[in-house]
Design a protein around this ligand. Structure first.
Ligand code: FE
Length: 228
């Protein structure tokens, strides 16, 4: 909207299935302990479920650890590398990202739909969730803290170039930036441009060039020289 940028607000957030109280309470409520409302509720729920023998805290830790480090952004990097290497797959990804990504075994935990947005010579894509923190878990794992921060959520829309500069990314003036607002139903994966000098590389090596931030749009894919 500002700076001639394009802002795609695809859907209202009315159907969000997250709990949003952390967005509204953190700043002005003070508790006698160090937990926010949300953390206290999660903690209380975990304690209750553990006492009733319904969950094993160790199992919860394994799930969190899996999303932080194992699933992490490696699934997404695999999707990008395949799109770079296989034109048919790239085509499928453009038409029906949910199905194309599911074909690799990466499916959402909440049935959300995926859309892949391809960077081109003319256009750079940037993903945000302006209302909270919707994020494509199945391909990127857990969102980074800054993705959930109010500063990123508001400024990505108002001043995308300023935000990208803070990430160390300065795009040519003439490159257009499209901003995609995630929802609980629709989540975005940025397909960065394939770097120059990667012609002979196989999918596994290509995936090594694709960072989490490149798939959110706050970075571009790494150059092969940077790996050496
Ligand atoms: Fe959200």
């Amino acid at each position: 909207m500002l700076l001639g940028e394009d802002f795609d607000l695809h859907e209202e957030h009315r159907d969000h299935n997250h709990i949003h109280s952390h967005d509204h309470h953190d700043d002005h409520h003070h508790h006698d302990n160090h937990y926010s409302d949300m953390q206290a509720r999660v903690k209380a729920l975990e304690t209750l479920l553990t006492e009733k023998g319904l969950i094993d805290p160790a199992a919860i830790d394994v799930i969190v650890e899996t999303y932080e480090t194992k699933v992490g952004p490696r699934n997404g990097a695999h999707v990008v590398a395949k799109a770079w290497s296989d034109a048919d797959f790239a085509d499928w990804l453009k038409r029906d990202a949910t199905a194309a990504i599911a074909s690799l075994g990466f499916t959402g935990r909440q049935g959300e739909h995926m859309r892949a947005v391809f960077n081109t010579a003319d256009t750079h894509n940037l993903v945000v969730c302006t209302l909270c923190s919707c994020y494509p878990w199945s391909v990127l794992g857990l969102p980074p803290v800054w993705y959930k921060a109010p500063a990123y959520r508001s400024r990505a829309v108002i001043d995308p170039r300023g935000v990208l500069a803070e990430f160390g990314l300065t795009l040519p003036e003439e490159k257009k930036i499209r901003i995609w607002d995630s929802t609980a139903e629709l989540r975005y994966l940025v397909i960065p441009e394939r770097p120059a000098g990667t012609e002979g590389m196989d999918e596994a090596a290509l995936a090594g060039l694709v960072s989490r931030d490149a798939m959110i749009g706050t970075a571009i894919a790494g150059s092969p020289e940077a790996l050496r």
